[in-house]
Design a protein around this ligand. Structure first.
Ligand code: KG4
Ligand code: ZN
Length: 346
């Protein structure tokens, strides 16, 4: 069993946690939502500065809440890719410094692998292989999870990520940042069948369409046209119906692809991860469809879907147990395919 201190600063949450394999001792998050709200989105420079201001305090609180001494910590895990480089750099530097001073192994963690590991925290008995539908602010992927560090990407988005689509449509509806939770709340009061919207399919040159890839640009444009048309004729704008119809379309589209992929690949379990996995419409659709096909679904609690350090610790502890550690030369990378995570452990 490995106990790790984990740090996550890839985007707009400064987070630290203490985790022993699939058990959480502490999970502290300092959210920057209020700092970015005036700008309508995450400003990288603001994120880096806020991480710098918060990081020491957040780490201290994670250690104090876990009530654990350095002697019991076996390693230090930190997100090092993908993400905003300046933001990643803050957590990475803190982790390297602690690893050096406390003489502990350093484990660089891929942010998306962390999102996959949130399912292990929520369901400690879950074992690979399974399919993970990973839907965050920057990614929309269907990943075949074969084991620790062993992934195959079966589907992804051709344009916007699911979270990005939620954020852009929220802006269009005047809901502000962060858009996903705002649409989710408003959709509860709307009619999901009020407007018919395109789900978005990826055509193949030889005919037919790619069954696992998604595209949200058509849906986004359809929303824009619809809102423009309604603005000219209806006052006030039926934003709850618009939010509910958009959310249901995204949920249907993601669910259809995930179910088709799991069935084709002979996988009987589907896990979900990333900020958009917190979406109530998606959770409901996926659960209903999976039950119809006798597939098991794993839905982590909302707090483990959005960015946190516990998921990074859970992935880090697993890698540490397998003997996968990073060197102090570990770099922050804005992009790194999840299929290349083993590069982090030379
Ligand atoms: O995983 P995450 O916290 O950060 C990234 O790694 O990107 O995901 C953030 C994204 C944002 O686009 C946010 O709007 C979306 O997740 N999100 C949601 C919900 N909660 C967060 N989207 C839809 N419904 C939600 N309830
Ligand atoms: Zn994330």
């Amino acid at each position: 069993m490995a106990t790790v201190l984990a740090i996550e600063t890839s985007c707009d949450e400064t987070a630290a946690a203490v985790v022993k394999n699939r058990h959480i001792f502490s999970n502290i998050i300092a959210s920057q939502v209020a700092d970015h709200r005036p700008y309508g989105g995450v400003v990288p420079e603001v994120a880096s500065r806020q991480h710098l201001a918060n990081i020491n305090h957040v780490i201290d609180r994670a250690l104090a809440t876990a009530n654990i001494g350095w002697r019991e910590i076996d390693g230090i895990a930190t997100t090092c890719a993908p993400g905003l480089v300046g933001a990643l750099f803050v957590g990475l530097t803190a982790a390297k410094t602690l690893a050096l001073v406390q003489q502990k192994p350093l484990i660089g963690v891929h942010h998306l692998e962390g999102h996959i590991y949130a399912s292990y925290l929520a369901a400690p008995d879950l074992q690979p292989p399974f399919l993970c539908l990973l839907v965050s602010g920057g990614h929309t992927s269907l990943i075949h999870v074969r084991g620790c560090g062993d992934y195959q990407t079966l589907g992804q988005t051709r344009d916007d990520a699911a979270g990005e689509a939620f954020d852009k449509v929220a802006r269009l509806l005047g809901l502000g940042y962060p858009g996903g939770p705002a649409i989710d709340r408003l959709a509860q009061q709307g009619n999901p069948r009020a407007f018919g919207l395109p789900e978005g399919s990826i055509s193949l040159p030889e005919g037919g369409y790619h069954p696992y890839d998604s595209s949200f640009s058509g849906l986004k444009t359809a929303m824009l046209r619809l809102v423009e048309k309604l603005k000219a004729t209806v006052d006030p704008l039926p934003i709850a119906d618009l939010a509910a119809s958009f959310q249901a379309t995204v949920a249907r589209s993601l669910t259809r692809r995930a179910i088709a992929c799991a069935l084709d690949q002979g996988l009987t379990k589907i896990a979900i991860g990333g900020g958009v996995a917190a979406n109530s419409g998606l959770r409901e659709h996926l659960q209903t469809a999976a039950a119809q096909h006798n597939l098991q679904v794993f839905l982590p609690p909302l707090s483990l879907c959005t960015d946190n350090a516990a998921m990074i610790g859970c992935a880090g502890a697993d890698h540490l147990e397998q003997g996968h550690t990073s060197t102090l030369a570990l770099a922050a990378q804005s992009r790194l395919p999840i299929t290349q995570v083993m590069q982090l452990y030379p």
